[in-house]
Design a protein around this ligand. Structure first.
Ligand code: PHE
Length: 346
């Protein structure tokens, strides 16, 4: 029996395999329950006591060597598999479905990219804010309707009737980031602030309780309305094409004076009139104005020395115009059939 074991030890030493099938044959022959080594262990019972120690040791050695051999052969084969995977570059790729960016992200990145080119830096603020940053420091009168529970989601409100600067709420616009930036930086300030905003609105095709805005703020000495106009014209043409025209209509915001709403010429009909622009030839895309002196002073910026402009736009609205999306709810439902369409967009 000792000779048999010795010859098996030598035999195993010489074995080589080239495929997983050959390796499996090797395993079955030597290491399986009905394999040669098992058989020898069965025979071991009949070995005379005097020889048991020597035979036992040799048998264990055979078993160890064989399983070591098996493991090293297996490792070698797997290594080769990996190499092969990279070696055959003509092999078709796995059919992994690739994801796509959300249209809101695509448009947000595009807006950021345009303003970065003219020196604006990105800043962000919290979505959970206090009344002070969202309303009070932006010159909202205490009884302004935006402070109503009907319009704003409150997290904690000191009194249901009155508003207090300490009330905690979900920001209703990204203008709150203007306040934070003015409190923390000295002019010149040139920043854009993208982010999520919340309003207490019933969800429909045209309104949602969550949406996204990008805020812009520029404060320096001698900033004029002409600077605002030129900046927005540059933006509109980069975003919608060089033939785009803009139009500013007087408007009202508590934090800007004078205030305006900006329209761009309808890119779908080229200004001739169609159902997208409701036959006006114009599409409203943002609110803007010169920062109100009260707003500068509330954040300790000298309104005699500095002036500035601000603007705010809704990302959903821009994406709607860009991609002709006609229902706001589509942005939030994450239906793959909707999202898949933006694969080629970036
Ligand atoms: N915050 C305003 C809104 O949500 C937009 C705006 C921003 C207007 C900055 C003027 C200046 O409608």
């Amino acid at each position: 029996m000792l000779d048999k074991i010795s010859s098996l030890i030598n035999e195993v030493k010489e074995i080589n395999v080239n495929t997983h099938e050959e390796l499996e044959i090797f395993r079955i022959k030597y290491l399986s329950k009905k394999g040669l080594i098992s058989e020898l262990f069965d025979e071991f019972r009949n070995v005379p006591v005097a020889l048991k120690k020597e035979v036992g040791q040799k048998l264990n050695l055979l078993k160890e060597n064989t399983s070591d051999k098996y493991n090293s052969l297996k490792e070698k084969l797997t290594e080769n598999d990996d190499n092969n995977e990279y070696a055959d570059l003509s092999r078709p790729s796995f059919p992994y479905p690739s994801g796509s960016r959300h249209p809101i992200s695509i448009v947000r990145n595009e807006i950021i990219d345009i303003f970065k080119r003219i020196g604006f830096v990105v800043s962000e603020g919290p979505e959970i804010e206090n009344d002070d940053h969202v309303f009070t420091k932006l010159n909202f009168a205490p009884e302004h309707p935006a402070r109503d529970m009907q319009d704003t989601f409150y997290i904690s409100k000191l009194s249901p009737e009155d508003s207090s600067p300490e009330d905690i709420l979900l920001r209703t616009h990204t203008s709150s980031v203007q306040v934070r930036v003015m409190q923390n930086q000295k002019p010149p300030i040139r920043t854009i602030s993208p982010g999520r905003v919340f309003r207490n609105e019933a969800i429909s095709a045209r309104a949602h309780c969550i949406f996204h805005q990008v805020e812009g703020l520029y404060i320096d000495t001698n900033v004029s309305f002409a600077d605002l106009k030129q900046t927005l014209l540059f933006f509109a043409r980069e975003m919608f094409g060089q033939q785009t025209e803009i139009r500013l209509r007087p408007s009202y915001f508590p934090f800007t004076e004078p205030s305006a709403e900006m329209d761009v010429s309808c890119r779908i009909c080229g200004g001739k009139g169609c159902n997208v622009c409701k036959y006006t030839g114009w599409l409203e895309i943002l609110g803007c104005g010169m920062v109100h002196p009260n707003v500068l002073e509330a954040s300790n910026i000298d309104s005699k020395k500095y002036t500035g402009f601000a603007f705010g736009m809704g990302i959903e609205r821009l994406a709607m115009l860009k991609y002709r999306i006609n229902d706001l709810r589509l942005y939030f439902e994450n239906d793959i059939r909707f999202l898949d369409q933006f694969k080629s967009a970036l």
